[in-house]
Design a protein around this ligand. Structure first.
Ligand code: PMP
Length: 442
């Protein structure tokens, strides 16, 4: 009942999920799906975790909602303290949102306000990267470089300067060392700043590990450190979007810890609340916070559901489970295992051009020709066929591709829960192997 009233993403109504148990989702027919992607890298504890469910229920029955214009809550403060403790450097002030897109919107406004407080009114340009995804609200979409997602809305988008990403497999010259390539990729930012005029640029935004648009692309060593230097030299804020790759997904709370950099602002979402509640966050350094606090006093922004107590209680419980069960260690060991299973299965595959990722965010890229790296014709929409075929086999994978600039092919993203077992990883890669064989054009 009611099926015809929901506006679904596609014209076809998807199956109805009725229950989740650990790594499995179960539909109304009783079919079980092994969830190898947690939606879009969201469900980092799997489904139906009793401790998180209990925390939710306790918070909802004691205090379900307060408006942040009137009150704070214990859950919001305890979660912020935990996030601050887990984040590197002085990243220790947290602004809560209900989603990743809203976190990006708030981060951009915070960056703008930071410069205003310092009297630098001319700083208004955002520089971001092609083949990136920062969300679907208009500001976040403008900051993103996913060509097909932007296309219909292009006239509505604010002007954002886009530079090439750091994507070794697709953009490095043959034989170029990762260091040389990383320096070249970072220089694209330097050139764009010079073109716009440094005094007009407010921030640079990038995903630490690119997720939805290009499929688990980590930066080459040294790239983000170079970006940090360029931002510092030009008085520009560095915003890292860790909505997908943060919150432990790659084995450290923030993925950029592995690159040895601390951004001025980082955005979180997805794994922060593990899907138990919609919650995102902006975390900024004490320097950024103090500039606003000692200036006009507060961020000129706000939404009805900021710091929602039930959202914060859920995320707090998620982070507590991750700590109690030492799940970041498990992300590291399971990530290594997943990577070697993918290498065994696809390492010599003629149509798998690249296997890449970090921790439990891993992807394979499908190519028509491994030696030239030529992608399959986007019209084939192979990634969508792979998703459908895998679902028929009881496997959930996150597909990507369909870029209209021809710079990369179809990819399949895997983001299993942090508590995944080795046996489950084997099942995932076995089923994925069957799917890849089934969908490749003969
Ligand atoms: N940033 C990144 C890196 C993301 O992967 C996403 C979601 N895929 C977002 C922002 C937007 O988050 P949301 O869908 O929760 O608005």
């Amino acid at each position: 009942m009611g099926a015809e009233h929901v506006l679904h993403r596609t014209t076809q109504r998807p199956p109805m999920a009725v229950r989740g148990e650990g790594i499995y989702l179960i539909d109304e027919q009783g079919r079980r799906y092994i969830d190898a992607c947690g939606g879009a890298a969201v469900s980092c504890l799997g489904h139906g975790h009793p401790k998180v469910a209990a925390a939710l229920s306790e918070q909802a029955s004691r205090l379900e909602y307060v408006h942040t214009g009137f009150f704070t809550s214990d859950a919001a403060e305890r979660l912020a303290a935990m996030v601050a403790k887990m984040s590197p450097g002085t990243l220790d002030r947290v602004w809560y949102t209900s989603s990743g897109s809203e976190a990006i919107e708030a981060a951009l406004k915070l960056a703008r306000q930071y410069h205003l407080e310092r009297g630098e009114k001319g700083r208004r340009h955002v520089i971001a990267r092609r083949l990136s995804y920062h969300g679907n609200t208009l500001g976040a979409l403008a900051a993103g470089g996913s060509a097909w997602r932007r296309l219909p809305y292009e006239p509505l988008l604010m002007d954002v300067a886009l530079v090439d990403p750091c994507f070794e497999y697709r953009f490095a010259e043959p034989g170029e060392s990762p260091e040389a390539y990383g320096a070249k990729a970072a220089n694209a930012l330097e050139r764009e700043i010079a073109r716009l005029g440094p005094e007009t640029v407010m921030c640079f935004v990038a995903e630490t590990v690119v997720g939805a648009t290009a499929g688990a692309v980590p930066p080459v060593p040294g790239y983000l450190r170079k970006i940090r230097e360029i931002c510092d030299r030009n008085g520009i804020l560095m915003i890292l979007d860790e909505v997908m790759c943060g919150s432990g997904r790659t084995g450290t709370f923030l993925s950029c810890e592995q690159d040895g950099v601390v951004p001025d602002i980082v955005t979180l979402g997805k794994g922060l609340g593990a899907g138990y509640q919609p919650i995102g966050a902006v975390v900024c350094t004490s320097e950024v916070y103090d500039t606003v606090a000692n200036g006009s006093g507060a961020l000129k922004h706000g939404q009805t559901y900021n710091a929602h107590p039930v959202g914060c209680a859920a995320a707090l419980a998620v982070q507590q489970v991750i700590r109690e069960e030492a799940l970041l260690d498990r992300v590291n060991s399971a990530g290594t295992r997943l990577r070697s299973l993918l290498a065994e299965r696809f390492g010599n595959h003629p149509h798998v051009g690249d296997i890449r990722g970090r921790g439990l965010l891993q992807a394979i890229e499908l190519v028509a020709d491994r030696s030239t790296k030529a992608p399959f014709d986007p019209e084939l929409a192979l990634h969508q066929h792979a998703k459908a075929d895998a679902m028929d086999r009881g496997l959930l994978i996150y597909p990507g591709g369909g870029t209209i600039d021809g710079r990369h092919g179809d990819h399949i993203l895997l983001a299993p829960p942090y508590n995944v077992t080795d046996e489950e990883l084997e099942t995932i890669v076995d089923l994925l192997g069957d799917t890849v064989e089934a969908v490749l054009p003969s």
